[in-house]
Structures are given as structure tokens and as C-alpha cells.
Design a binder for this molecule. Structure first.
Ligand SMILES: C[S@@+](CC[C@H](N)C(=O)[O-])C[C@H]1O[C@@H](n2cnc3c(N)ncnc32)[C@H](O)[C@@H]1O
Ligand SMILES: Nc1nc2[nH]cc(C(=O)O)c2c(=O)[nH]1
Ligand code: SF4
Ligand SMILES: [Mg+2]
Length: 233
């Protein structure tokens, strides 16, 4: 089965969510069933970029990961686009057999059997600011297919997103909840102002912990703080 791959890069550090700070290699799959208004990875979503996506066999994908990691087993992050459009089962099986672990980032719109072979499943349902609408039955099927470490990570741009995140958490109260401020400037050519990121993070801390909502973990996108919107980091 041929996979459409937008990019494979690393090692870098995981910049978001439960594995933040962990060394990782990224596999970014091409293609997505969503089109979020603020997507920071349009080069893996928009069909105008599809000619830049490389058709690769699972063996070749894992061989690239192994080369990049110098053969040292680590956690591989599969993101996209929506990687659940495609069958990453063979890549994961080959990697697991060699001591690698896999985390996957997906919006939770397409459940896959291979979610069960992951070490970490990050489900990122999309709040109102994205312009997308969540199918909660599909989302629940993703949770059911996932490994023990399955978490929910929600991007927050405004008060409406925050209220929505509370309701989303109430649907799946057993999933650890991570909130990250939305980055409104996603063009790789435009510099990110660190103070603007800090201001959004401060707002999010005030609007959650500051108002007595003590459940979520609040984290920045660490890679954006370090590298801005550069791709391949
Ligand atoms: C590019 S997506 C790819 C995986 C999958 N399609 C998804 O959305 O979960 C990876 C992560 O980046 C987040 N993200 C995308 N655009 C963002 C932005 N402008 N600011 C903050 N997080 C963003 C998504 O919500 C998701 O958690
Ligand atoms: N360093 C780094 N951390 C990330 N966490 C989630 C990412 C993604 O685009 O899925 C990402 C990414 O692109 N780079
Ligand atoms: S679901 Fe993920 S990759 Fe797809 S458009 Fe939204 S943020 Fe981008
Ligand atoms: Mg990203």
C-alpha cells in the first residue's frame, strides 16, 4: 500500500501536548478530510500542494525514520494532514518490532484498527473557530480503538472555543485534557512575535485556572516559540 507523505523530519522535540519536549521524528501524511480555517499545516492539506507529496512504501517510510534517528529507537510522531485517511499499520508494526514507539495526531474523524498499536493517540477535536463540525460518534469510535494513553488536545482561540472545550471534556471526562492557544499567524514567511504567543497563553491561563477550571493542562506550542512557523522542525 503506497502512502502519500508530505514530509519526514527530525529528530526534533515534540512541541505540543502530553509528550512535549520528547525527542521525536515526524512523519507528516498528505491529505485531510477537514479544512480548518487556521490550519498551520496547509502544505499537507491543500490539494494545491499534492504534487509535493511523495508516494512511498511503508518500508521506505520506516527506513527514512531509522536513518534520521541513527538507528536509535525513539517515539515517532505521525501527523498530517489526517494520517487516519491512510494505512500506517505496516509502518507501525515494523517500527514496534525494532523498539520504536509511535504517537499519532488526528482530529478523531476516522477510526482505524492500527490506533491500538500506538503508544500514544492524540485526538484533537476541532472547536467552532475552525469552521469544522465534529462527528462525536466517529470521535468515540477513535477513543475506543486507541491505546491506554489516549488524550484530548484542543486548540483555543476565543471564549466560544473555551466553552466548547468544557462540553467536549464532559463527553469524554476520562481523557486527559490539554489546551493550547491557537496561533493566528501560520504563514511560514511571516515571523511570529513571541510576546503575542505569551499574551495568548496568559489569557488562556487566566480564563481556565484563573476562573477555577483546574482540569486541563495548559501548554504553548513549544516549537513555535523556538522556531516560529518554520516547516520541518
Ligand atoms: C496540523 S494538525 C495535524 C493532525 C490532525 N489533522 C489534527 O488536526 O489533529 C496537528 C495539530 O496542530 C494543531 N493546530 C493546527 N493549526 C493550529 C494553529 N493555528 N494553532 C495552534 N494549533 C494548531 C491541530 O489542532 C493539531 O492538534
Ligand atoms: N516540533 C513539532 N511539534 C509538533 N507537535 C505537533 C506538530 C504537528 O504539526 O502535528 C508538530 C510539529 O510540526 N513540530
Ligand atoms: S484537521 Fe488538522 S491537518 Fe486537517 S485542516 Fe484541521 S488542523 Fe489542518
Ligand atoms: Mg504543527
Amino acid at each position: 500500500m503506497t502512502l502519500r507523505i508530505a514530509e519526514i523530519f527530525g529528530p526534533t522535540i515534540q512541541g505540543e501536548g502530553v509528550l512535549i519536549g520528547q525527542p521525536t521524528v515526524f512523519i507528516r501524511a498528505g491529505g485531510c478530510d477537514y479544512r480548518c480555517s487556521w490550519c498551520d499545516s496547509l502544505h499537507a492539506v491543500d490539494s494545491q500542494y499534492r504534487h509535493d507529496w511523495t508516494p512511498m512504501q511503508p518500508d521506505a517510510v520506516f527506513a527514512r525514520v531509522r536513518d534520521l534517528s541513527g538507528g536509535q529507537p525513539l517515539t515517532v510522531s505521525i501527523s498530517g494532514g489526517n494520517p487516519a485517511i491512510q494505512d500506517f499499520g505496516p509502518v507501525i508494526a515494523q517500527g514496534n518490532a525494532q523498539g520504536y514507539r509511535f504517537a499519532c495526531e488526528t482530529q478523531g474523524s476516522i477510526p482505524r484498527d492500527w490506533f491500538g498499536d500506538l503508544s500514544t493517540l492524540v485526538l484533537s477535536p476541532k472547536p467552532p473557530s475552525s469552521g469544522e463540525v465534529v462527528d462525536w460518534d466517529k470521535f468515540a469510535a477513535c477513543v475506543a480503538a486507541g491505546p491506554a494513553q489516549t488524550i484530548m488536545k484542543i486548540v483555543i482561540f476565543d471564549e466560544a472555543d473555551l466553552a466548547w472545550a468544557r462540553a467536549a471534556h464532559a463527553r469524554h471526562p476520562h481523557l486527559p485534557l490539554y489546551l493550547q492557544p491557537g496561533n493566528p499567524v501560520t504563514d511560514p514567511e511571516i515571523a511570529v512575535a513571541p510576546q503575542a504567543l505569551a499574551d495568548r497563553l496568559l489569557w488562556l491561563v487566566d480564563a481556565t485556572v484563573g476562573r477555577g477550571w483546574l482540569t486541563p493542562h495548559i501548554l504553548p506550542q513549544l516549537h513555535v516559540l523556538i522556531w516560529g512557523n518554520r516547516r520541518g522542525v
